[in-house]
Design a protein around this ligand. Structure first.
Ligand SMILES: Cc1cc2nc3c(=O)[nH]c(=O)nc-3n(C[C@H](O)[C@H](O)[C@H](O)COP(=O)(O)O)c2cc1C
Length: 266
């Protein structure tokens, strides 16, 4: 099977998943690479996208061992037609639990055929100076591994005449999946003394939860605690004061600092 067109499909509020998908595409030597970004707020309202024989590379971050429900809702816009798919989850060096299996199940239900899966590591959204978590990842080593994975997927597809030659992909994870974690009313706050009202926080918010007029307002019902606004803030005015999140970040720092490496399934 020849792969001429690769479609990179991602939900990636803080950009680490997008980086891994691009690294993977670099190793695939496809003639054409296009991106479908499910991250901006309007991605959920757009029309259904139908894919054909191109290779879909789907990437999602891991939230509490699952896929973020907001990302799952946006993924429902995609329909495959026996479309081969590579499934990628990116997690913050703790664990990805059922997320990769969940992504594979969703893709299969939407008409895609899973051909390979991968779990990569990205800088944890909850990182801070006080509790640094997988800072700077994916780094050069991770991106080289992503490119290598792309090469292996390419070789696997080239070695097949049709998707009928494929043996079922076995991925880690359990069904039923872990319960979804509730993050209600946990949202970043703004230090007005530091805030310049530049609006970068609103621009980067994937759910349109942040509005900026003469102060920054955050809608706790819409916020998914992705922390993109904290990472993008040029003056450090956006921060998380919530005790539950700070406690989690400290626990992660104490218990999950040992470097984990990407895993691939072919
Ligand atoms: C609400 C929330 C829950 C998370 N849960 C996990 C988790 O269960 N395991 C883990 O290792 N990382 C977890 N992370 C970290 C993200 O998976 C990680 O930072 C990822 O690289 C973010 O992807 P993005 O840059 O594409 O947004 C969580 C992040 C957030 C915001």
């Amino acid at each position: 099977m020849q792969v001429d067109m690769v479609k990179l499909i991602c939900f990636s509020p803080t950009g680490t998943t997008r980086k891994i998908l691009r690294g993977l595409a670099a190793g695939m030597q496809a003639a054409q690479v296009e991106e479908i970004d499910l991250t901006p707020p309007d991605a959920c309202s757009k029309e259904v996208v139908e894919l054909g024989s191109e290779l879909a590379v789907m990437g999602m971050p891991v939230y509490a061992g699952r896929l973020p429900p907001e990302a799952v809702a946006r993924l429902q816009r995609l329909r495959g037609n026996q479309t081969p798919a590579v499934l990628v989850v990116v997690y913050g060096n703790r664990a990805y639990e059922d997320a990769l299996l969940e992504l594979s199940d969703l893709a299969s239900a939407a008409g895609f055929v899973p051909v390979a899966g991968g779990a990569f590591i990205g800088e944890h959204s909850f990182t801070s100076d006080a509790a640094p978590l997988s800072v700077g990842r994916p780094d050069a080593v991770d991106l080289a591994k992503a490119a290598q994975f792309g090469e292996s997927v390419h070789a696997k597809l080239e070695g097949m005449t049709s998707l009928d030659d494929l043996s079922p992909l076995v991925l880690p994870g359990n069904r039923p999946y872990r319960d979804l974690k509730q993050w209600e009313n946990l949202m970043p706050e703004t230090d007005e003394a530091l805030c310049t009202l530049c609006g970068d926080c609103a621009d980067v918010c994937p759910t349109g939860a942040v509005t900026v007029k003469d102060s920054v307002q955050t809608d706790g019902e819409k916020c998914i605690v992705c922390c993109a606004c904290i990472k993008v803030c040029p003056t450090g005015a956006r921060m998380m004061h919530n005790k539950r999140i700070l406690k989690t970040a400290n626990w992660l720092f104490e218990n999950c600092s040992e470097r984990r490496e990407p895993e691939v399934f072919l």
